[in-house]
Design a binder for this molecule. Structure first.
Ligand code: F6P
Length: 546
């Protein structure tokens, strides 16, 4: 049974931590001219520099020891061979099969899953091309140029993030919209701006039971029927789901349904039919390139030894901070406007996967698991929360992501962007001592009294970790690599923490309670028992709405 006290590697790391914890990265860089080279890896168009982390060879060796002790190598093979690693739901976890470009068979319950995956890919190809070329038209014969994805969570965040990330590849005449929130504003703001005759609705829901998605889809369906009549539905609505029965019940022709399967988790589903809007926006070839990029990362993850395995190394560094430095926060800052929604996507990927406290053996953990992830696009966030990153009492390890080549090389914008991301990593790591701050002020001609008054305020503790991921250019292939890298990082951490990264029971309780409260708000149920705060809030809002 895994518990931090009874593992050799964990104990070893605790003792390494004791003598290493105050080591300054500045000193590590000063004493080793090869540090950056030693702690960086290149995979095709992706370069990962993890040298600005609080690590040395002993730390890394001990972390690899932990990974081996926890069976990471075997667990990676378990995923790729279709074993039912989602134990609480008794399911295989096969997002890797969705981009298995080698088409090697992968068996679940003795059945190769690849033929059905390929069949759906063919269907995505065929349909996306027909829409783009105007061969699948709306009910009144017009080209469908407004594509609206209705979904939430994994049925929204992945396609939304990827579609936005690949904006430079969009067909000129196509516009994409995303309706996710149950807040009527989400629907209204889209519907007010599109024309029913040229709109295709994609209802994306793995279960086809999610209240937000079904409510939004009903509203959109009514809007369309009011404008064009019931017969128009089959020309304007398609569904992406694992649940054929519910799709039919909703009133979407199963012929307009794109299938996926229970071995694809919601937050791992943008490579499946859930990616239909991506394929329509950027074209099937580019969608395929994205799958190929993810597949390149899959092959790397499955075959590279741990010491050269990018997702594994990033996972281990995260474990080092989370479980030994007690740093339970983590930031992702893409320096690319097209990647502005990546942090939101990764929030679900990481926090829904590893926000667990029960081990696979059904015991409560005695160690920290998934960290709180946040982020935003640089340089914008430099002007919001970076103050805390540089001088706050919290240490927040950061992933910086920057493409070397921009899609919009205007003047020297990109050089300034690059200069900023590199400067942030350098500043976080180096910091500035009080003496250095004093010297700087002295050079600027400040008085002794002023220097003494201000030097603490103007100093930076430094030794704040970051990893810098340089992409050659943000293209579909590289995006695929990047996202797959994070998926595998999350899985590796889940393996080390001995938790199931693929269920999400934690979202159920709130959903259930909302269903209790709804009839009270609507005035069809009374006297339901709640705590006094919830009852008070229900009554307060009911009074206002009267
Ligand atoms: O509430 C969480 C969740 O179940 C996510 O895991 C999932 O991505 C999202 O809801 C949407 O679910 P569905 O695709 O079944 O509508």
């Amino acid at each position: 049974m895994f518990g931090k006290k009874n593992t050799k590697a964990w104990n070893q790391l605790e003792s390494v931590y004791k003598h290493f914890k105050d080591t300054q990265m500045r000193d590590l860089f000063a004493s080793d001219a090869n540090r950056a080279e030693k702690y960086s890896l290149q995979l095709e168009n992706m370069f990962v520099d993890y040298s600005k982390n609080r690590i040395d060879d002993e730390v890394m060796t001990s972390l690899f020891g932990l990974a081996r002790e926890r069976g990471v190598e075997e667990k990676i093979q378990d995923m790729f061979s279709g074993k039912k690693i989602n134990k609480t739901e008794n399911r295989a976890v096969l997002h890797i099969a969705l981009r298995n470009r080698q088409d090697t068979p992968i068996y679940v319950d003795g059945r190769d899953v690849m033929p059905q995956i390929n069949e759906t890919l063919e269907k995505i190809k065929d349909f996306s091309e027909k829409v783009r070329l105007g061969r699948f038209l709306g009910y009144t014969g017009k080209k469908l140029t407004n594509i609206v994805n209705i979904g939430i969570g994994g049925s929204d965040l992945g396609p939304f993030m990827a579609t936005e990330a690949l904006r430079p590849y969009w067909a000129k005449d196509i516009k994409c919209y995303f309706i996710s929130n149950i807040d009527g504003t989400s629907c209204a703001e889209v519907l007010n701006n599109i024309d029913p005759e040229t709109t295709l609705f994609i209802v994306a829901s793995k279960t086809f039971t999610t209240i937000e998605t079904l409510t939004n889809a009903k509203t959109c369906r009514k809007w369309l029927v009011d404008a064009l009549g019931e017969h128009a539905v089959s020309k304007h609505f398609v569904a992406l789901s694992t649940n054929k029965e519910e799709v039919e019940k909703f009133g979407i022709n199963p012929e307009n349904m794109f299938q996926f399967w229970d071995f694809v988790g919601g937050r791992y589903s943008m490579w499946s039919a859930i990616g239909l809007i991506i394929a329509i926006a950027v074209g099937y070839k580019n969608f395929e390139r994205m799958l190929e990029g993810a597949n390149a990362m899959d092959r790397h993850f499955a075959t590279a030894d741990l010491e050269h395995n990018i997702p594994v190394i990033l996972a281990l560094i995260g474990i080092w901070y989370n479980n030994f430095y007690d740093i339970h926060r983590y930031g992702v800052i893409p320096y690319d406007q097209y990647l502005q929604y990546l942090p939101a996507y990764l929030q679900q990927l990481d926090m829904e996967s590893n926000g667990k406290t029960v081990t696979l053996d059904g015991k409560y953990v005695d160690y920290a698991t998934g960290p709180v992830l946040f982020g935003g696009a640089g340089t914008n966030v430099q002007h919001s929360f970076f103050q805390l990153l540089h001088q706050g009492s919290e240490i927040v390890p950061i992933d910086f992501i920057i493409p070397a080549i921009s899609h919009n090389e205007i003047g020297n914008h990109h050089q300034i962007l690059v200069a900023n991301v590199l400067a942030q990593g350098e500043a976080l790591m180096q910091g500035k001592t009080e003496e250095e701050a004093a010297l700087e002020m002295q050079k600027a001609g400040k008085s002794e009294a002023e220097i003494n008054r201000l030097k603490k305020f103007k100093s930076f503790s430094g030794n704040r970790p970051s990893t810098t991921i340089v992409l050659r250019k943000l293209d579909p292939y590289t995006l695929g690599m990047l996202v797959a890298m994070y998926e595998h990082k999350v899985y590796t951490q889940g393996v080390i923490w001995n938790i199931n990264s693929f269920d999400q029971f934690g979202v159920e309780l709130g959903k259930k309670l909302a269903l209790n409260i709804l009839p009270e708000l609507e005035g069809t149920a009374f006297g339901v028992e709640h705590d006094s705060s919830t009852t008070g809030l229900i009554n307060h809002i009911k009074r206002i709405r009267k």
